[in-house]
Design a protein. Sequence first.
Length: 293
Amino acid sequence: MDNSGEDNLSRRILMAGALAGLLIALIASTQIERASLEQTGAIARINDAHIDRTEYATALQALLADKTKSPTSKDRRLVLDRLIEEELLVQRGIEIGLLDGDAAVRKAVARAVIDFAMTRNAQKQISEDELRSFYAANKARFTPAARLQIERLFVRRSDDAAADMARLDSVRAALRQGQDFTEATLQLGDAILPPLPRSLLPRKKMYDYLGPRLTETASRLPGASISDAIADGDGWHFLRVVRSEPGIPPEFEDIRPQILNAMQRASDDAALIEYLTWLKERASISLADDAPR
């Protein structure tokens, strides 16, 4: 076999991966719209884009993080060259249509834009009054069940990580499409002992079957809901709450961090919906006559 052809293929694959990473990094790592930069705020211009001095200073600081000496002129030029090369690769990626034709790149960039929007939302401060009001309105959500009846779909971990992820996605798709949980367990899950009783059990007794981590997770699920895959032990567990009896609501101060996390997630969800609504309003969207309405 011609090793040079194989080497060329490897280089092309590595370059494609690097370019995809750079496209993601461009959106995820900076909140500056380069196209709007003034000449006086830039350290370099590449075609119609500018490299901002703040971005350059940040990159230089990252390079020197492990150094004890002051930066040299060679260090400064190296950083600027890397930023110029990155910009050239990003522009070329857009020019050859990677954002139009490569599904993996499109999904990664979309994910990076979501992370950008969420980062902005995370900077908002949540007041103590807002936190307490959120807890009062969602107290049932934070009240652990006193007794539970749980069903479990178990996916055992293998030596093939990609195959495991594909199996988990298949389970998610089946449940999302409304397949009966018990049927999905028989078709897509692996056997695990001991089997869960088909009756309500106190939480401490449920520990014998699920262990403390899975039991605590299940006890905080809303009624008649299904969890996502939970990694624990030798694989992943999807848990379905069949029935539950509520316990005693915890004191606010005892679970303050959990309330803060839940409120931040709710705020992120609302911010993402608002962001997507804004994007739709500023876009021109046309649907075919036979498209779903």
